[in-house]
Design a protein around this ligand. Structure first.
Ligand SMILES: [Zn+2]
Ligand SMILES: [Zn+2]
Length: 137
């Protein structure tokens, strides 16, 4: 599934503490998964993958942990697909490109966003779609 990284593990523990949750192994596993997998996984993908090695995990724990992490701005929730939330452990500003063929979601550089003097912008989500380099050829 993924290689174990002590750095990511330490960060996962810190994020769980930062959002005020008790650091249970299940919650740390959820935070670890989102940090380690740059694929912008859905709740179902996270649950299914972790459940394989952590049978005591409940879907409610996955859902509630993700919710708390998003509310504390530790991870980002993407709504690039209607009706499906995806989660992103990269919180620095970046845009997303969704391939219409393979459905993968890529991190891309944030395009220039104009300054809006009359508005206080709190959240910027930029989505592009089309064909990725693999599917284009
Ligand atoms: Zn593609
Ligand atoms: Zn991303």
């Amino acid at each position: 599934m993924y290689n174990y990284s002590p750095d990511i593990s330490a960060k996962a523990l810190r994020l769980i503490a930062d959002c005020g949750l008790r650091p249970s192994p299940q919650r740390i596993a959820v935070a670890y998964y989102v940090l380690a997998n740059r694929t912008h996984p859905t709740v179902d993908e996270i649950y299914t993958d972790i459940k394989a090695t952590c049978p005591s995990l409940s879907k409610t724990t996955v859902y509630n942990t993700l919710r708390a992490l998003v509310e504390s701005n530790c991870i980002i929730e993407l709504t690039i697909e209607p009706g499906t939330s995806r989660f992103d452990g990269t919180t620095s500003p970046h845009a997303h490109f969704r391939c219409n063929s393979c459905k993968r979601i890529f991190d891309i550089d944030m395009p220039h966003i104009p300054k809006l003097s009359d508005f206080d912008v709190g959240n910027v989500q930029v989505y592009l779609s089309g064909l990725c380099p693999c599917c284009k050829n």
